[in-house]
Design a protein around this ligand. Structure first.
Ligand SMILES: Nc1ncnc2c1ncn2[C@@H]1O[C@H](COP(=O)(O)OP(=O)(O)OP(=O)(O)O)[C@@H](O)[C@H]1O
Ligand SMILES: [Mg+2]
Length: 626
């Protein structure tokens, strides 16, 4: 079994190399040409050295005089060969380097591009640490054997040349070559076979170590506050220890094989000298020929290793390639349609859910997926505000994701401005509907860049207008560099409520016709939250101001009360619809939830854990009263 899989690895590894050659044929040709030139010159150098010994050294010893002409000729020949060898090495190294790094860059781009194309459901199933190692160490591993590949190909050509010139010289010496070179090759193959499982294991552990590291850094806050440093360190140390053991076992194997591989050509040289001396005595070969062949074995020892390097890297390459392909071949991306909504139309767009069913795909394919939404139907009429209320886990965020098509329903339709969202182009969808997610994400960039996201046509005036609507102009104006202030990775230099308002401003700056707010202002003072929603509602219809239909996931009574209609959700089903007052009076579950939340809110406010707003946002009271 083990040997069958390692034979597989050899075949598949060669297939990966084939892919590389097909992708970069010209650079590969340059590198191999350089390598073959080097190989040919290496064989040639052995014969020049032989000739020098036969024609210059031996006569010098016998006669005591040096043939100046022959010496000069030999010097010129050796110099010329050296120059060509250097040129060969240069071409090979440059070509191999280009090829390797170009492939790495190309595949990193492809993998990261694919990440962005794949649907959210795919991302839910794949850990961030794994994605990082796919784009980094797996891509690197896949193309690792490219560096020694041209050398190895050149060496193969060189070996054939060497054996041919051995035959041309003497059959007995050729037999020594025929015994030694294939033995070297076989030894290299055996080496790579034993290496295969060890390398694959090391590659898998590399990904796991990177995954654990990523998770601990990402969760640094939890780790620290919960006092889990020691446990996290242990968890990391355990896996890092496994990786170390795996790499040590790779090193140990290398330690056993390397000396053998190194010694074999020397034994070959010895055999040549023994056999050669007999042949010399028989008069079958000259001193020059014997020296050439002995020298040939010595100079071949090093290049032959290149074949071993490639073979030894193949298992790791296959392991990396498999992991890269898993990303590139992943399916499930959501094809976009080709319908475009009129970009000049800035009127609020209605949103309609009709009989929408949805379930998340199970983490593993064989597990049954549970239904999260069953037959959800409701409408957000153009320019109106609908509040989505329901207990935790009811499916509110899921509805928000469906509304902007982060996921597609299993059944039913989601229509934006009367068009099934699946028929819209990606650009049209992004321009028309904006989601402000439950967990705000801020890029490590300036406030301005975070709001415009390089979308065209958003000037500083628009940025400020959006910030004003999001009640964020006060604190941004108070930042040291205003719009040019860098906010740190994930916005660490901002408070939770500031981050939320920044992401809200980002959505508003794009002038969406539908705004989906998923609990997007939960960390903001309740009065400010109400002020934001009131501002958004009243700005609808004003010339130049964002005019949007709003679907808002909310808990606070003051916020919900501003909505034109409330959709009350329980366990993925719409239980009731109506105004806040109607639901309060007729739906006991709704009344309980809203009252319970209000109570918690009062307790919460007592702790004063809300984001501070008043000191920075001096115009607050006026804006609320407006
Ligand atoms: N990525 C996911 N994979 C599998 N199940 C999920 C996923 N996200 C949510 N769920 C499940 O779907 C259901 C609805 O989740 P959703 O996030 O829509 O609830 P919610 O109403 O937004 O809750 P909350 O008020 O806590 O934000 C929950 O039972 C949840 O466990
Ligand atoms: Mg949610």
């Amino acid at each position: 079994m083990a040997s069958r899989t390692s034979r597989d690895v050899l075949g598949r590894g060669l297939a990966v190399l084939g892919v590389a050659i097909r992708e970069q044929p010209r650079i590969f040709a340059v590198a191999v040409t350089g390598s073959v030139l080097f190989g040919a010159m290496t064989v040639a150098s052995a014969f020049v050295v032989g000739a020098v010994v036969g024609d210059v050294v031996v006569p010098a010893i016998e006669r005591g005089s040096v043939g100046v002409g022959a010496l000069a000729l030999a010097a010129v020949a050796l110099f010329g060969i050296s120059v060509l060898r250097v040129a060969g090495i240069f071409g090979r190294r440059l070509g191999a380097g280009y090829m390797q790094y170009r492939l790495q860059a190309a595949y990193r781009r492809r993998v990261t591009r694919r990440y962005l194309e794949l649907p959210l459901s795919w991302h839910h199933r794949n850990a961030t640490g794994t994605l990082l190692s796919n784009a980094n160490s797996d891509v690197e591993a896949a193309w690792h054997p490219i560096a020694p590949l041209p050398f190895a190909v050149g060496t193969l050509v060189m070996l054939v040349g060497a054996v041919a010139s051995l035959f041309a010289t003497d059959w007995a010496l050729a037999l020594v070559g025929l015994a030694v070179f294939p033995a070297l090759f076989a030894l290299n193959v055996a080496y790579s076979r034993r290496m295969a499982p060890r390398q694959a294991r090391a590659q898998r552990l590399r990904a796991e170590v990177s995954g654990i590291a990523h998770e601990s850094f990402d969760g640094a806050l939890v780790v620290k506050t919960m006092g889990r440093e020691a446990q996290e360190t242990d968890r990391f140390a355990a896996r890092a220890g496994e990786l170390r053991d795996a790499l040590v076992s790779v090193g140990r194997l290398r330690g056993v094989f390397d000396p053998v591989l190194e010694t074999l050509p020397s034994l070959g040289t010895l055999a040549v000298l023994v056999v050669g001396t007999f042949r010399l005595r028989q008069g079958a070969i000259s001193v020059a020929e014997l020296v050439s062949v002995a020298f040939l074995f010595t100079v071949l020892a090093f290049p032959v290793r290149a074949i071993g390097w490639v073979l030894a890297e193949l298992p790791r390459s296959v392991a990396g390639w498999d992991r890269v392909r898993r990303v590139l071949d992943a399916t499930g991306e959501m094809p976009y349609g080709d319908t475009t909504l009129d970009p000049a139309d800035l009127r609020p767009a209605p949103l309609t859910f009709t009989g929408v069913r949805f379930g998340y795909e199970p983490a593993e394919a064989h597990l049954p997926g549970t239904e999260v939404l069953g037959e959800v139907s409701f409408t957000v009429p153009a320019g109106k505000t609908v509040a989505l209320v329901g207990p935790t886990g009811a499916g509110k965020s899921t509805i928000a994701s469906l509304a902007v098509r982060l996921v597609d329903p299993r059944a039913g339709t989601v229509a934006l401005d009367g068009v099934d969202v699946r028929r819209l182009t990606a650009a049209s969808l992004a321009r028309t509907a904006a989601l402000v997610a439950q967990v705000p994400f801020v890029f490590d960039d300036t406030v301005r860049a975070n709001i415009t996201l390089d979308r065209p046509g958003i000037g500083d005036d628009d940025v400020w207008a959006a910030l004003r609507l999001a009640e964020a102009d006060g604190f941004v104006a108070a930042l040291p560099d205003g719009l040019d202030t860098k906010v740190g990775e994930r916005g660490t230099s901002l408070s939770g409520g500031q981050r939320q308002r920044l992401t809200l401003a980002r959505a508003l700056a794009g002038r969406p016709r539908l705004l989906v707010l998923d609990d997007a202002t939960s960390a903001v003072d309740p009065r400010v939250e109400a002020a934001i929603l009131a501002g958004l509602r009243s700005s609808a219809g004003e010339p130049g101001a964002p005019a949007a239909s709003i679907l808002v996931v909310a808990y606070r009574r003051a916020t919900i009360a501003l909505a034109d209609e409330v959709v009350y959700l329980e366990q993925g089903r719409v239980v009731a619809r109506g105004t806040h007052a109607e639901l309060l009076a007729t739906v006991p579950g709704y009344a309980d939830l809203v009252t319970a939340y209000e109570q918690a809110e009062v307790d919460h406010a007592k702790d004063e854990t809300y984001d501070e707003v008043a000191p920075l946002n001096s115009g607050l009271e006026i804006e609320v009263d407006r």
